[in-house]
Ligand binder design. Structure first.
Ligand SMILES: CC(C)(COP(=O)(O)OP(=O)(O)OC[C@H]1O[C@@H](n2cnc3c(N)ncnc32)[C@H](O)[C@@H]1OP(=O)(O)O)[C@@H](O)C(=O)NCCC(=O)NCCS
Length: 334
């Protein structure tokens, strides 16, 4: 596992926000379009419903709404932001980045703005990159967003994948200024590209550019080996958590809350079992969101904060796993 950012000074979480599109699609709604049932989806995944963006709502639109909430929470104006990083696998276009479109829509100054693609680990990868960049005193306030319109890369005729995913966005405003607000104290990230074929979108890139055949073959949508991903998700999230705790001289007993990537409630249950931590200390919102990839952790975090779950002094572990394979873990002190 690569330690990207050990020995970096704590970074303050000044504000958080999230946005879920208004259209709610239940399992029963999906059972009308594919051969599935509410019972199957709930039992195998813990998902009851997901929010889907409107046709004219792009990744950048979701991101802007989450970001505005995070800015308000931080008490900052768009002009205060001097770095923007967006984690997504569903940018509005292949190029330019979602980040530059979001920069323009939010009215940020001409600050560095770029995307990170690390699938469901993307938001934590973006936090790692931000922590490094905030060492540079030229940057003071960074906006980090996870935003996904996964409904745009799902095959709605494939019951093995379409029931899993949802749309949404979450955002953090981070700062390197001294303060007693919540801090990110450590983080790590890793990858294993040899297993890239477990979850990918075959066409639309340089290997297989868009053509009549790729569209007809549904090659622009997610293809996935669910069983192998399940096992890898539990293993990598457990290992990442254990490594993060060990190098900070902590045990799971020192952690008040775990905010895991929301892919499948059974993955979270298996992780909890492996770490020997009761499920009550895991923040889980998957029943109402489905898997929103890079948006999942900041949405769950922002909702938990809004519900007043975090108390001063709480240590919180964020842990993610995604296509790539990628994984990452972040330590927060509230
Ligand atoms: C996808 C996942 C829910 C499937 O659960 P599972 O228990 O492994 O189920 P299986 O794939 O073995 O399928 C079991 C049966 O259900 C069927 N099935 C699959 N999807 C179904 C659906 N939506 N509704 C009804 N039946 C379904 C399968 O066709 C299979 O039928 P068969 O036994 O007749 O062949 C699970 O593997 C998973 O969550 N994996 C991780 C996926 C993930 O998180 N991806 C993102 C990573 S960030």
């Amino acid at each position: 596992m690569t330690n990207l950012t050990n020995c970096i000074k704590p970074i303050i979480i000044e504000g958080v926000g999230c946005y879920l599109p208004g259209r709610v699609v239940t399992n029963d709604d999906l059972a009308k379009i594919v051969d599935t049932s509410d019972e199957w989806i709930r039992t195998r995944t813990g998902i009851g419903e997901r929010h889907l963006a409107a046709e004219d709502e792009a990744c950048s639109d979701l991101a802007v709404l989450a970001a505005r909430q995070a800015l308000e929470d931080a008490g900052l104006e768009p002009s205060d932001i001097d770095l923007l990083i967006v984690a997504t696998v569903t940018p509005d276009h292949i190029t330019p980045s979602a980040a530059v479109l979001i920069q323009a829509k939010l009215g940020l100054c001409s600050v560095p703005s770029f995307d990170v693609n690390a699938a469901c680990s993307g938001f934590l990868y973006a936090l790692e990159a931000t922590r490094s960049l905030l060492r540079d005193e030229r940057y003071r306030h960074a906006l980090v967003i996870g935003s996904e319109k996964l409904s745009s890369i799902v095959n709605w005729e494939d019951r093995t994948t379409c029931v899993l995913f949802g749309d949404g966005a979450g955002a953090f405003v981070l700062s390197n200024s001294a303060s007693d607000l919540p801090v990110i104290t450590d983080g790590l990230a890793g990858a294993d590209g040899s297993a890239a074929n477990l979850l990918y979108v075959p066409a639309g890139g340089s290997v297989q550019p868009a053509s009549k055949e790729t569209v007809e073959g549904h090659l622009h949508t997610v293809t996935m080996n669910g069983r192998e991903l399940f096992k890898a998700a539990v293993r990598h999230m457990a290992e990442a958590t254990e490594e993060l705790l060990k190098r900070n001289g902590l045990t799971t007993e020192d952690i008040a809350w775990f905010v895991p990537h929301q892919a499948n409630i059974r993955i979270v249950q298996a992780l909890a079992q492996q770490l020997n931590v009761p499920m009550e200390r895991f923040v889980c919102n998957i029943e109402h969101t489905g898997n929103t990839s890079a948006a999942s952790i900041p949405i769950a975090f922002a909702q938990a904060k809004a519900e007043g779950r975090f108390q001063k002094g709480d240590r919180i572990v964020l842990v993610a796993f995604g296509a790539g394979l990628t994984w990452a873990a972040t330590l927060v002190e509230w």
